[in-house]
Design a protein around this ligand. Structure first.
Ligand SMILES: Cc1c2[nH]c(c1CCC(=O)O)Cc1[nH]c(c(CCC(=O)O)c1C)Cc1[nH]c(c(CCC(=O)O)c1C)Cc1[nH]c(c(C)c1CCC(=O)O)C2
Length: 343
C-alpha cells in the first residue's frame, strides 16, 4: 500500500486527506519541552541526532499523523555557510549580518556545508529507520528569499525592509547572495534525500512581501531552479512549495515551478484556493487558521470540516496555514485529527 501522503502528492483525490501540521514537534507539547531541556537549548537539540529524531517522532506517536517533518531549522543552512546564529529567549533568531559583496564572498562554498550539517543527515538516517511504515518522511529547507531576509537583517522583521533595501540598492550583492543560497540549498536537500527523506518542502515564509517582477525573479525562479535540479538528481521526488502569503501569486505557482504541491496559508479562503490553485487536479496543502488550535471547541470542528469540504474534489493534504503556536492545547489537535478522520 502506497502511503496516503505520497498518493495525494501524485495527484490522487482521497476520501480522507492525509494530515500533518507545520511545527507539529514544538513547545505546545510537554514531551518536546522535556527533550529540549535535556538537550540544553534549541540549537543543541537540532544538532543532536538522537534527540532531534525523538522530538520528530513525538507527535507521530501521540496523533498518528500521516507525515513526519525532520526536526531542524531553516537557519541551520546559513549557519553552515558561515553566519553566526543564536536564539534570544522569548524573542527569536539572531544572526550576523550581510550588507555588501564582501560579506557574500566571505561565505563558505556550497560543498563546504556538510561537516556542520552532518548531524542533520544522521537525524534523517535514524528517522528513515524508525518511522512507522505508513508515515511519510519530509525534509525541508528555507527558500533563498526567506533565508536571505534573516542573513541580511540578522533577525526576523515584519516588513523585511533590510533585504528589500539591499535588493534595491546593491543588486549585484543581493543577487550573488540569492545564488549562493540557491546552490547550497540544492546540495543540502539532496543530502537529506540521500539520507532517507521521501518528500521535501520549501519554506518561503516571507514570499508575500515580494511584489510583481520581484516575486517572479526571487520567489518563482529560485523555486523553479531548485526543483528542477532536485528532480534531475532524484527522479520522482515529490516537492511541496510554500510561498506564504503569495495571494494571487499562488495562481499558477505549481505549473511555473514544477512543484507537486502548493501549501496555502490562511490569508486566503479554502474555497478560493480550491477554485484558483487546486482546480480539481493540483495537490494543495492547508490551510486551517492555527488560532483554532488554541481556541478549540465547536468552532474548531466547523472550520476543520469547512477546509476538508472545500478541497474534497481534488488532491489535498490537511495542514494549518502556518505553524502551530506554543499556546495551542494538545487536546485540540486530537479533536482536529478525530474530526478529519471521522472518529
Ligand atoms: C522562518 C522559519 C524559521 N524556521 C522555520 C521557518 C519557516 C516556517 C515558518 O514561517 O515558521 C522552519 C522550521 N522551524 C522548525 C521546523 C521543524 C519542523 C516542524 O515541526 O515544522 C521547521 C520546518 C523548528 C523550530 N524553529 C524554532 C522553534 C522554536 C524553538 C524553541 O523550541 O524554542 C522550532 C520548534 C525557532 C525559530 N526558527 C525560526 C524562527 C523565526 C524561530 C523563532 C520563532 C519561534 O520561536 O517559534 C526560523
Amino acid at each position: 500500500m502506497t502511503k496516503t501522503m505520497l498518493r495525494a502528492l501524485r495527484g490522487e483525490t482521497l476520501p480522507t486527506p492525509p494530515i500533518w501540521l507545520m511545527r507539529q514537534a514544538g513547545r505546545y507539547l510537554p514531551e518536546y519541552r522535556a527533550t529540549r531541556a535535556e538537550a540544553g537549548d534549541f540549537l543543541s537539540l537540532c544538532y543532536n541526532p538522537e534527540l532531534a529524531a525523538e522530538v520528530t517522532l513525538q507527535p507521530i506517536r501521540r496523533y498518528g499523523f500521516d507525515a513526519a517533518i525532520l526536526f531542524a531549522d531553516i537557519l541551520l543552512l546559513p549557519q553552515a555557510l558561515g553566519a553566526d546564529l543564536w536564539f534570544e529567549t522569548g524573542e527569536g533568531p539572531r544572526m550576523s549580518t550581510i550588507t555588501d559583496m564582501a560579506g557574500v564572498e566571505a561565505l563558505k562554498g556550497k560543498d563546504e556545508i556538510h561537516d556542520k550539517l552532518a548531524p542533520v543527515y544522521e537525524t534523517c538516517r535514524i528517522l528513515a529507520r524508525e518511522l512507522p511504515a505508513e508515515t511519510t518522511f519530509i525534509g525541508f529547507a528555507g527558500m533563498p528569499w526567506t533565508v536571505a531576509t534573516y542573513m541580511i537583517a540578522g533577525r526576523g522583521s515584519k516588513d523585511q525592509a533590510a533585504a528589500h533595501k539591499l535588493k534595491d540598492t546593491d543588486r549585484a550583492a543581493f543577487v550573488a547572495l540569492m545564488d549562493r543560497i540557491t546552490d547550497a540549498t540544492i546540495e543540502y536537500l539532496s543530502k537529506q534525500v540521500e539520507a532517507g527523506c521521501e518528500v521535501v518542502k520549501l519554506f518561503d515564509s516571507w514570499a508575500g512581501s515580494l511584489k510583481g517582477q520581484d516575486f517572479e525573479d526571487f520567489a518563482v525562479e529560485p523555486a523553479r531552479k531548485i526543483i528542477a535540479e532536485l528532480k534531475a538528481r532524484h527522479p520522482g521526488l515529490p516537492i511541496i512549495a510554500f510561498p506564504r502569503e503569495a495571494g494571487e501569486g499562488y495562481i499558477g505557482f505549481a505549473e511555473k515551478t514544477g512543484a507537486d504541491c502548493v501549501a496555502i496559508d490562511n490569508s486566503v479562503s479554502p474555497e478560493w484556493a480550491a477554485e484558483n490553485v487546486q482546480k480539481g487536479k493540483t495537490c494543495v496543502q492547508g490551510n486551517l487558521d492555527p488560532k483554532y488550535m488554541v481556541t478549540g471547541g465547536d468552532e474548531l470542528v466547523q472550520a476543520t470540516k469547512g477546509v476538508v469540504e472545500a478541497f474534497k474534489n481534488g488532491p489535498h493534504i490537511f495542514n494549518l496555514g502556518h505553524g502551530i503556536t506554543p499556546e495551542a492545547d494538545p487536546e485540540n489537535v486530537t479533536l482536529l485529527v478525530n474530526t478529519i478522520r471521522g472518529k
